[in-house]
Design a protein. Structure first.
Length: 175
């Protein structure tokens, strides 16, 4: 997020999250907007088949659940994957700041457009039929494999089981 948009959160209260702690849950009323100050927070959606999909990986300087600025309820869960700090500001104050500052509103609109592009890319990857194709497309976008202990997060982002990812990584290692 640009420095200008970060100024929106300059007076926000700071929340501390432990690894595994939820910031909010699907269905909860939206009252605040969030910016990750440090750490890593994921937006997660659980399907009816028990698959956990990663909708966003928010790290330092990233807004979290941007669409919630215009929604009454959250459509997913937000969970810290490591100790994190998050700036929180009332949604009404956030929207008032955008209404008062056209330049800030334009920056926010540009940020939302980039978020839509990223979401479409993630959706495109999930339409690929083979695990190898999904992984290859993800890597081709300049991503690199995470540490071994975080492979399950990559599997969730790709919309596959961790076992399927492990098999594909083993196949590549052996090739």
């Amino acid at each position: 997020m640009s420095a200008s948009l970060e100024t929106l959160f300059s007076d926000a209260r700071l929340l501390t999250l432990e690894k595994g702690q939820a910031l909010f849950h699907a269905g909860a009323a939206v009252r605040e907007m969030y910016l990750v100050r440090s750490g890593h927070v994921q937006l997660l959606r659980h399907t009816s088949r028990g698959i956990c999909l990663v909708l966003q990986n928010a790290t330092t300087g990233m807004a979290l659940a941007e669409a919630s600025a215009y929604s009454d309820a959250y459509h997913c869960d937000a969970v810290a994957t490591q100790a994190s700090s998050v700036a929180a500001m009332p949604r009404h104050a956030f929207r008032t700041a955008l209404a008062r500052d056209q330049k800030l509103a334009q920056l926010w609109a540009a940020h939302l457009a980039q978020s839509v592009q990223a979401a479409r890319f993630r959706a495109e990857i999930r339409t690929l039929p083979k695990v190898a194709d999904r992984l290859e497309a993800w890597l081709a976008e300049g991503n690199s494999l995470p540490e071994k202990g975080q492979w399950q997060d990559l599997a969730a982002e790709l919309g596959i089981t961790r076992e399927a990812l492990y098999r594909e990584l083993a196949r590549r290692r052996d090739a």
